[in-house]
Design a binder for this molecule. Structure first.
Ligand code: SF4
Length: 338
């Protein structure tokens, strides 16, 4: 059975016409889905029960089902979502002051297999379909009662290895006819999958791009990200330059700080040099325990690392992992169930 969000407005209009419904009916249903954040067919109060029933027999409203929710003391809510084939993914709702950010997954598992990450531990199971990515988003909207201010594709998976479905989902999220979110409010994260970065750059859209660099040189990087899908830093940064020039967006270098691995003052200087040369910002993420052998550096080391980058004139921020008091880092909720 198809999912209703797989249909375009034109397709929905044609389908309802064939069911003998007037053309405005499609618009009403469309509005419930894309403007009023309906969570089910039942929510559509101006649609007759009979028609809702007929629609429910023809199309599923969503392809994801919430099966666990864990709220942290800082308000971050991690949701474990079940897909039609029983596979599990995670999404996270991150509230901050007046803003809400959704962190969405793009794959079931991840083929990149960064050694510090629970999501990549068992490799890739499959890509998410466009409607499953949208299903994550709708679950977040139903929970919060509104659209988020920002979306980051930093959940489970390497989004650029699921390029077509990710981009179809982004079209649904940004086109005025659908959810109508601003392109600049969306960040795509990549582990440095160069062909995907170059393909995305060709679109010349103002999507934000975050590159999970995690190391200032290839030697250290190979200790964190195994070789399967990993590209040399020089190639990644060349692709970052192309992206910046074509899309007019400064890229962000994500850097997970791992004690004794990539957190030395020399590493900070080398990272600052890369960022300066390529006009990038740096976002430091002190490691959050995922049950691997890595450790989080002391606060003193984290502060020193940040200071070195800051003094080199590079914009730097430290992201304290949200929701770390419950269910830990990205992928852990899912990992606990597998
Ligand atoms: S950190 Fe990201 S790219 Fe690396 S294994 Fe985890 S989900 Fe995949």
């Amino acid at each position: 059975m198809k999912i209703i969000t797989e249909l375009t407005l034109a397709e929905l209009t044609a389908e309802l016409k064939a069911m003998g419904e007037p053309s405005f009916r499609a618009k009403q249903i469309h509005e419930w889905i894309y403007r009023k954040n309906a969570a089910s067919w039942d929510a559509m109060s101006n649609i007759s029960k009979d028609l809702r029933q007929k629609c429910a027999e023809k199309w599923k409203f969503t392809s994801v089902e919430e099966c666990e929710s864990v709220k942290s003391s800082d308000g971050t809510e991690k949701l474990l979502l079940k897909l039609h084939d029983g596979e599990l993914i995670e999404m996270v709702i991150i509230p901050a002051e007046k803003r809400i950010t959704f962190c969405l997954s793009t794959q079931v598992g991840c083929p990149v297999g960064c050694l510090f990450c629970a999501s990549g531990r068992n490799g890739l199971t499959r890509n998410l379909a466009m409607h499953e990515i949208i299903g994550e988003f709708q679950t977040g909207c139903a929970k919060t009662g509104r659209l988020p201010d920002n979306i980051v594709f930093m959940g489970i998976g390497e989004g650029l290895l699921n390029y077509e479905n990710l981009l179809s989902a982004i079209e649904r999220l940004t086109e005025n006819e659908y959810f109508g979110m601003g392109v600049r409010r969306i960040t795509v994260s990549t582990s440095g999958f160069v062909p995907g970065m170059l393909k995305l750059a060709e679109r010349q859209q103002e999507l934000n791009l975050a590159i999970s660099l995690h190391a200032p040189n290839d030697e250290i990087r190979s200790k964190i990200i195994p070789g399967k899908i990993s590209y040399p830093i020089s190639e990644i940064m060349e692709a970052a330059d192309v992206y910046r020039e074509k899309c007019n967006r400064m890229v962000t270098l994500e850097y997970t700080l791992l004690d004794g691995i990539n957190d030395s003052p020399d590493a900070a200087s080398a990272l600052a040099e890369i960022a300066r040369k390529h006009h990038a910002k740096v976002n430091l993420i002190p490691y959050n325990d995922t049950g691997s052998d890595f450790k989080r550096p002391s606060d003193k080391k984290i502060n020193k690392f940040e200071q070195i980058i800051d003094r080199a004139g590079v914009a730097v921020s430290v992201r304290r992992e949200r929701g770390s008091d419950r269910a830990g880092a990205c992928g852990q909720l899912r990992h606990q169930r597998s």
